[in-house]
Design a binder for this molecule. Sequence first.
Ligand code: SF4
Length: 292
Amino acid sequence: MLITKFDPWKSEMCTCPQKYSLNPYTGCSHACIYCYISTYIRDPFHSRPKKDLVKEVEKELRKQKEEITFISLSNSSDPYPPEERKLGMTREVLNVLNDYSIPFHIVTKSDIVVRDYELIGKNVVSMTITEMDSKRIEPGAPATELRVKALKELSAHSIKCTLRLDPVIPWINDSYESIYSIIHSVCDYVEHVTSSTLKMREDSICRLEKIFPRIKWRALYTRRVGRSYYLQEQERLTLMQRVRDACDEHGLTFSCCREGFNINTGKSCDGSHLLGKGKCRDGEKCSDSGGK
Ligand code: SF4
């Protein structure tokens, strides 16, 4: 199955509304150093499209269209890796979702998403930004300035956007100055911010130990939740409160993701409350019914 119920490791801390997940690509060429897909995907940092993607998506939509609330693209890969420029697989999927009137929520780190603004219409785009200079931790992803520009362009097309400031990593991007500068750079283009502290798996700890050997990762990541390692609760709360303070200063709503804290000001944790609130695609009849 390509369209599956979103269920992040059956985490009791997940507060997401019921949604479905679809990854047009397997693997992800953005190669973020903290990424957890390397625990369950072979050749993780090389994007390749799913076999018979469009045909399979159509087949599955014919079967389960009625039960799908909305689809999140993507949770185990970026829907706009560099390969998408040439292959256009995500673009084809968006066309199919529109044919079946399925609301969707795009989560990406790429400015390629702007190419598809006409197909996005009243759906939502979440852009992930973690540092103003992202190359050291997200070597294969577009530069932050391109992501900010993409948000500006999407917002000029009346598309509802959110920022994912995720993950916040201790000693790397957790200072108030770093958090503030990211939020400040996009505050005119987004309505909501979702944030989360870095959760680690064994292989991501090993990767970070190699790249940042002076940071004592195992001393910081002592709490085990399922198969993930978390920072201690007080540390996580301090970091999330820091992001919320910067959001408050900019008049943006805030939610944290898989943290278990009651400090959210947004109506949903993932920004899906904005589905259906943007502008209709040209020629489409406008109603405010996105996100069923
Ligand atoms: S963009 Fe997302 S899926 Fe891709 S490597 Fe980075 S964290 Fe992993």
